[in-house]
Design a protein around this ligand. Structure first.
Ligand code: SF4
Length: 359
């Protein structure tokens, strides 16, 4: 019995795995049961909580699981959370939710003590995500475990990691294989999890189902709106002082200087700088001007992307990514004294601007 509890507990912390989907299928729970039966109210509430935690904290908290029933509800809360995110259909929410789930799984893997079952789950994930790896030093010192993977897979999952240590030239390539420590490999797994979760979202959920669960989505929408009010355009006055580059955080200044010098900047950094400047009140034309030195500059495509982030082509208005997300994508380039006080590049700007005005 104890083993069964352990297995369910283990899977419910990684609900995006195929094994977890099979488990849910075996329960025989129908979609109708999940969205309306009183038996699954706990799973629905937990599903809503998952999404709200993603919006508020940028990470889905893992509860302490002490019974099979609790593990089942935790597992079922994941598909319900995905339905909620899909019914809301906000691209910012999709990315934030996927990232929060991926970060939670990453934390869980890191926090594990290196037992054999934890090594098993890392192995299972490698298989599932198609990462060809060899594990070295498995028998005793699991925390000291090393992994060797092909450089092709390595490049596939590290393209968004900007920190110098991830550059292939800094990795000591041996016969086409890259050697990594356990925690480094777990970080690569996080990227794979993020891609997996985001891939099918938003799901194509029928309108009548979205209507039936509007009581749950309503609370999430309110939370999303709160977040927008806090960091969206409304939080910033318009006028020339708002566009004061001397108050930009180091991450944004760095991306801007790369764009100015014609360095090819990754998509995540382009998105961050565009959303940041839009939130500050720059016009689309002013932002397009910034991209003109890019080696692959195409005015129509850039205009389309900038307008899309501004929300003109649909209802979604994007908010600049938080410091946590910037770090995840390797776009945070350092910590100055203001960075230590804030958790969002827009807060950095506000604080520095305030200090400047006081002076
Ligand atoms: S801590 Fe935040 S504001 Fe500072 S450089 Fe990193 S992402 Fe930018």
């Amino acid at each position: 019995m104890e083993e069964v509890v352990k297995e369910e507990t283990r899977i419910c912390f990684y609900p995006f795995l195929s094994a977890a989907s099979r488990y849910v299928e075996e329960f025989g729970v129908t979609l109708e049961d999940l969205i309306s039966s009183a038996v699954f109210e706990r799973a629905r509430l937990r599903g809503k909580e998952r999404v709200i935690e993603a919006i508020k904290d940028g990470e889905v908290r893992k509860p302490v699981i002490i019974s099979n029933a609790q593990a089942e509800m935790e597992l079922l809360s994941y598909p319900f959370a995905r339905i909620l995110v899909s019914c809301i259909g906000d691209e910012y929410l999709v990315r934030r939710y996927a990232l929060s789930e991926a970060k939670a799984a990453h934390e869980e893997l890191l926090a594990s003590t290196g037992s054999s079952s934890d090594t098993d789950i890392i192995y299972e994930m490698s298989e599932e995500f198609g990462i060809r790896v060899d594990f070295i030093g498995l028998s005793h010192e699991h925390a000291q475990m090393k992994v060797q993977m092909s450089f092709v897979d390595y490049l596939r999952f590290t393209s968004n990691l900007r920190d110098k240590r991830w550059k292939l030239v800094n990795r000591g390539l041996e016969k086409g294989r890259v050697k990594l420590g356990r925690s480094e490999f777990v970080r690569i797994i996080q990227e794979a999890i993020y891609e997996r979760i985001k891939k099918d979202l938003p799901l194509d959920v029928p309108a009548d189902i979205c209507e039936a669960i509007s009581g749950y989505t309503g609370d999430i929408k309110k939370e999303l709106e709160e977040k927008r009010k806090k960091f969206g355009d409304a939080d910033f006055e318009s006028g020339s002082v708002v566009k004061d580059p001397s108050c930009f955080p180091p991450c944004i200044s760095y991306i801007l200087s790369n764009l100015k010098e014609g360095v090819n900047v990754p998509h995540s950094a382009r998105f961050a700088v565009t959303a940041f400047l839009l939130n500050l009140g720059l016009t689309e034309d002013e932002i397009i001007e910034i991209y003109k030195n890019s080696p692959d500059f195409d005015e129509d495509r850039t205009r389309y992307q900038v307008e899309h982030i501004a929300g003109f082509k649909g209802t979604v208005r994007y908010i600049a990514p938080s410091c946590g997300t910037m770090r995840t994508y390797g776009n945070c380039i350092g910590n100055d004294e203001i960075c230590e006080k804030i958790s969002h590049p827009l807060s950095y700007y506000k604080l520095k601007l305030k200090r400047k005005k006081k002076k």
